[in-house]
Design a protein around this ligand. Sequence first.
Ligand code: GDP
Ligand code: MG
Length: 154
Amino acid sequence: MTDPKQERTFIAVKPDGVQRGLIGEIIKRFEARGYKMVAGKLIWAPKDLLKNHYKDLADKPFYNGLVEYMSSGPVFAMVWEGKEVVKMGRQMLGATNPLASMPGTIRGDFGIDVGRNICHGSDAVETARREIALWFKEEELSDYEFANKSWIYE
Ligand code: GDP
Ligand code: MG
């Protein structure tokens, strides 16, 4: 990473978000905030990858349904970089249950059901590291600087 005060998070537009044409909307919000995309791809994830991604939830009653939902179509997987992007990414996504999400958040603006909540965001810096390594190869991540960096950061 180019700047030690920057961090990275894994954000994915889930199959329902892709089907509903929200890839651009979600990218737009992170871009407009000043965050930098360092990787992005449309991928129809194999179940093994999704089971690994959600392995901490394996004992939940909704786990099988969750893996089915996430493998029902392609997702748009991304890595975003910037100051406190893990925490801010979660705030921009909203609460897990869209009905509990504030308007202005992605889930609060576009979702209703928890099992169709449009997007994923890493919940901690360590989780982000694991998820980025799971979904992307090192060479898929682009290290570059925004030319307008000094207009985003003081
Ligand atoms: P997140 O970090 O906000 O995505 O939430 P979790 O890590 O707790 O759960 C992962 C995903 O599982 C959520 O985004 C939902 O898609 C799904 N999920 C969580 N809780 C429930 C639930 O109670 N019912 C159903 N059907 N899905 C759930
Ligand atoms: Mg989670």
